[in-house]
Ligand binder design. Structure first.
Ligand code: PMP
Length: 418
């Protein structure tokens, strides 16, 4: 085909949004689909809409001037390192600092077992890439983190959900699910869990259940992938002991500075048994050669020079006030028949609507009333979650949270009358 004609064809196709490459994608691309609710969220990001939808950390609370100074200082003093390629495994000094950070959750780890990643999202991608063949089973809480489900779908994993209650994953259900998959000859590659202040459910796996879950997985030879970006954002008492603290060989731990510092740095990490770590480093190298030296050193500089423990405490207090505001408003305003979780940390509340209601169908009406949430179905790989929604309290100011719940309660009330 002459070049100009081909070009014309593409331009027309772009205009009409017909995908002329549709028959050429790899099979795995079939699992890469845009969220149906993305278009609504474009509307939901208008200032008049109270968004209880996004899980964006409140970075406004950071000492932005101090961060600006440390970045300038970094370039002045260590610019030739910060602007150069770095090691695929990640900056050695930052990996030491990450080990100090994880000690707060009872983890005793060596910097050599840490791989620095582009947020914990990249760690999720790499773990899935090295373990999953199409059709392999990943066990995940029901509901589970939408970003992880997207990654699992991209690698054609088959996700099997395990029920939770207010204490997190139910060990008996986990054991039964593993047994029935074994009987069916299915290959379970790992359990993906967010045990602390779960996204989206806001629940935390109790200490007693942590041991049971580890024991069940150990006996069945199932690797545990513990995703823990919210662990230090608890509102009461000391941080929970991480699963990884009690089973270094059976758990890959994923951490992130996105919630305790800022997601814009895109610095997360994986802590893995030696052999898995080696595969992760090779997979990372093939994906991106190496992480950004610049942001790794900036995070390292922040940890070395700023009062980060106080900053995390300030975040906890801010989020606690917002959690209290959301729970108080739900209690005061939601119609009877609704129920919701009461998170002890993190960003999210999981709400269940009365029988017969559908949160996805409700969303356009909610957006018209200037409030947004995430419908529950996005957090399941099957068709569950119709009556659920995720409400985030991390970003809006308390006054706006109250107003958002007032609007939402009105929409639910109207739906009940339909
Ligand atoms: N895991 C969970 C449970 C999350 O909530 C998030 C962020 N929403 C991530 C992983 C990814 O975070 P990041 O890549 O910014 O570290």
């Amino acid at each position: 085909m002459p070049e100009e004609q081909d070009h014309g064809r593409r331009t027309a196709a772009q205009g009409s949004r017909i995908d002329t490459y549709i028959d050429r994608y790899a099979a795995r691309a079939a699992g890469m689909v845009a969220s149906e609710i993305r278009a609504l969220f474009a509307v939901a990001s208008r200032p008049e809409v109270v968004s209880l939808a996004g899980g964006m950390p409140y970075v406004t609370a950071l000492p932005l001037d101090a961060v600006g100074e440390l970045v300038a200082d970094l370039v002045a003093r260590r610019g030739t390192v910060a602007l150069q390629y770095g090691s695929a495994q990640g900056d050695p000094h930052l990996r030491e600092q990450i080990c100090d950070f994880m000690r707060l959750e009872g983890i005793d780890a060596a910097p050599d077992d840490v791989v620095v990643t582009v947020g914990s999202q990249q760690a999720l991608d790499l773990i899935t890439r090295i373990f999953i063949d199409p059709g392999d089973v990943v066990l995940a809480e029901g509901p589970s983190y939408v970003g992880a489900l997207g990654t699992f779908a991209a690698y054609q994993a088959s996700v099997v959900h395990v029920d939770m209650d207010d204490e997190g994953l139910i060990p008996e259900v986990l054991a039964e699910t593993i047994a029935s998959l074994d009987r069916a000859g299915r290959r379970i590659k790992f359990l993906y869990t967010v045990p602390t202040f779960q996204n989206p459910a806001g629940v935390t796996l109790s200490a007693a259940r942590r041991h049971q879950v580890l024991e069940i997985c150990r006996r069945a030879g199932v690797l545990v992938v513990e995703d823990n970006p919210y662990g230090l954002l608890g509102f009461d008492g000391e941080p929970m002991r991480a699963l990884r603290a009690d089973d270094p060989e059976g758990v890959v731990y994923l951490g992130s500075f996105s919630k305790t510092l800022a997601p814009g740095f895109r610095v997360g990490w994986a802590l893995a048994p030696h052999a898995v770590r080696d595969k992760l480093v090779l997979a990372l190298e093939s994906a991106v050669l190496s992480h950004s030296s610049f942001t790794q050193l900036a995070v390292g500089q922040y940890l070395a020079t700023q009062p980060w423990r106080e900053q995390i405490k300030a975040f906890r207090e801010l989020y606690r006030e917002r959690r209290d505001t959301l729970l108080g408003a739900l209690e005061a305003l939601m119609p009877p028949g609704c129920s919701w979780t009461r998170p002890a940390g993190g960003f999210f509340v999981w709400l269940t609507l009365p029988e017969g209601l559908d949160s996805k169908a409700m969303l356009p009406r909610a957006v018209a009333e200037r409030v947004a949430f995430v419908p529950g179905t996005g957090f399941y790989a099957d068709a569950a979650g119709v009556r659920n929604m995720r409400l985030s309290y991390c970003y809006p100011e308390p006054e706006r949270i109250r107003e958002g719940v007032r609007r939402l309660a009105g929409v639910v009330q109207q739906d009940l009358l339909l």
